[in-house]
Design a protein around this ligand. Sequence first.
Ligand code: FE
Length: 340
Amino acid sequence: MMSKWLGVGSLATVVLTGGLQLASAEVNIYSARTEALIKPLLDKFTVQTGIEVNLVSGGDDELISRLRIEGSKSRADLLITADAGRLHRAKALNLLGELHSELIDAKVPANLRDADGTWIGLTMRARPIFYRKSKVDPAQLSTYEALTDAQWAGRICIRSSSNIYNQSLIASLIASDGAAAAETFAKGLVANLAKPPAGGDTDQLKAAAAGVCDLAIANTYYFGRLVDSDSAEDRQVAEQLGVFWPNQADRGTHVNISGIALTRSAKNTAEAVALVEFMLTAEAQNWYSEVNSEYPIVSGVEPSATLAGLGAFKADALNLTLLGENNRAAVELMDRAGWK
Ligand code: FE
């Protein structure tokens, strides 16, 4: 009864002093994004709505630990982090609430958000195969599965299995091919590596351009950053590589998201929803595409010229909730496969 009265009371306050309420409205974000890749958008949101945004930046896993420690006392309303597998971890730790609005539900494709409504994708990235143009004819390439062919022995670069992007790639193979086939794939891939996994996705692309390997698996925005780099050296790396979209004849190329979730502790829910809706506007979607080569997830918003230059492709339509659900099995089989 009490809470009902409070509800009515605060509603009346909003009606009577609407302007003042808006001026003091705020939303608190824990974000794993580099500040340069979010702050300009948040500033625009504040100008447009009057809602103050308090940004706490940190590492992906660090922010999840912090939410866990703070529990219901956390000031965080929203968590921004990359990879459906990681968002699923936050969900499994019971750190997330449900994020819904008519607009959010209408704009975010069903496969790019949690089946239970706890997180949504904000932007999409693909994880295709990059090949060294001087050494590989793209006609030699077809699917992720075919990377285990003997012709690729000692010619593939990919980062470590501790990285969530690779865990999610394997989780997608478990979903499409089954656990046994995914393990056979992981073993075959490891057998064809040019060197033990080290470094991030950009390092794999640079290694391929330098001739350490002829194929590299990396997320599209890392390649986009090299294409758009101020450094001539970076641009040369990109020039030596071609992008190949695997599995176009079947399920499509593996994709993932950078996403956002409402925390279980959220107190500024209306403001949080307003911010999420802002991130789904064409303006914000365009901004991510231009600034960080991420694919818009809202239909009707075109990708940047750099991304368009990579060509159109068929994306795996798998519901990304499965990437989280298959994560543990993926990690275990990668370990058995000897993927460092
Ligand atoms: Fe990344």
